[in-house]
Design a protein around this ligand. Sequence first.
Ligand code: F0G
Length: 354
Amino acid sequence: MSGVIERYRSFFDINAQFPIVTLNEGNTPLIQAPAIASKTNVPGLQVFLKFEGLNPTGSFKDRGMTYAVSQAKAQGATHIICASTGNTSASAAAYGARAQLKTLIILPEGKVALGKLSQAILYGADIVEITGNFDQALDVVRILGKAQGVAIVNSINPFRIEGQKTGAFEVCDQLGGKAPDYHFIPVGNAGNITAYWLGYKAYHAAGRIQSLPKMFGYEAEGSAAIVKGHKIENPETLATAIRIGNPASWQGAEAARDESGGKIDCVTDDEIVAAYQFLASKEGIFCEPASAASVAGLFKACSQNLVAQNSVVTCVLTGNGLKDPDNAIRFGKSEKITLPPDPQQIATHLGLTL
Ligand code: F0G
C-alpha cells in the first residue's frame, strides 16, 4: 500500500506528474477498546482508537509531512524548517532526508521527549534548541522561513492540514463508510483537530459518509489557551507534545467545535497519566502521554453526561509510547528486580510453585 496522497489522490489538488515524497504513511489501525468503553459506564458505547503511533516516524505528523515536503521539493526549496515539541521535527527530518532537503529544527530546550530527539538526530537534521518554549520557537520559524529556499513545514503550512485530513477519511473507511458520532482528539497547536474536521466535511461533501461527528478536543490544563480564551505565556504539562500556549490553528479548532456542536475542554496531567496507564495496562496500547488526552477527555465527557448511549466514538492516539520512554518508566507500575539466574529463587520471587 502506498502512502496517503496516492491512496486519496482525488482529494488532493495535484496532477499525475506530481512527485510524491512518501514513506507509506497512513493506513494505521482502528482498534476497538472494550475496556475503555466499559469504564465510561455509558450503555452500548463503542470506542475505537485510531493508533497513529504506527506511522513511519511514530506519529500522525507523517500524513501532513508527506504533502508539505512533496510540495516544498516540487517548488524548488532547498531547506525545510519547523518549530516543534518533538514529533513534527522527527517527521520533518525523516521526509527531509527522503527528499534530500536540508532540515532545520527549532526546539524548546529540555522539553522534547527522548525518542523524538533521537529520531531528529539520526535522520540528520540541523537542530537548534532555544531558551524558550514552542510558541517562541514558532515565532522564530515564521521569520527564518522568509530566507531564500526555505519552506516552513509547521501546520501553518496549509499542505500539512491537507495531508492530515486523510486521518478522517481512514476512520470513515474503517467504520465501513460511516463517520463516528463523536471524535475525541488532543489539542496542542490545533492543526490536527482542524484537519480532521475539514476531512470529515470533505468526505461528507463527496457523499462518502452521511453524517458528521461532534468534535471534542482536549488541551492540557496548564496549556489550555482555547479553553481559557487567552494566550498562556508559560504553558506547562508533562504531556510535552501539547505544551503550547498560543495555538496557531486556534480559529480552526473553534470552527470544528462550533460547526460540529462539540466541545474544546482540558484535562489535568493526573487525568492524562491515568488514561495513559489505563490504555497500556487494560488495552495493551502504548501511546505517548499527549495522545492519552483524547481518552482522558472521553472519560471526562462521559462523566459529564455529554456522550449519548449506543454511540460510536473514535479517539485519536496521536503518537507512539516509545517516543517518551522517560514517562513510561516514571508512570509504569511494573516491579523490576535483579536476581541471579537461579530458577528457584526467581520462582519464589514471582510467586510460582515449581
Ligand atoms: N499529540 C501529539 C503526540 C503531538 O505531537 C501533537 C503536536 C499533538 C497531539 C497536538 O496536535 O498540534 O495538531 O493540535 N505536536 C506538535 C509537534 C506541536 O511539534 O510535534 P496539534
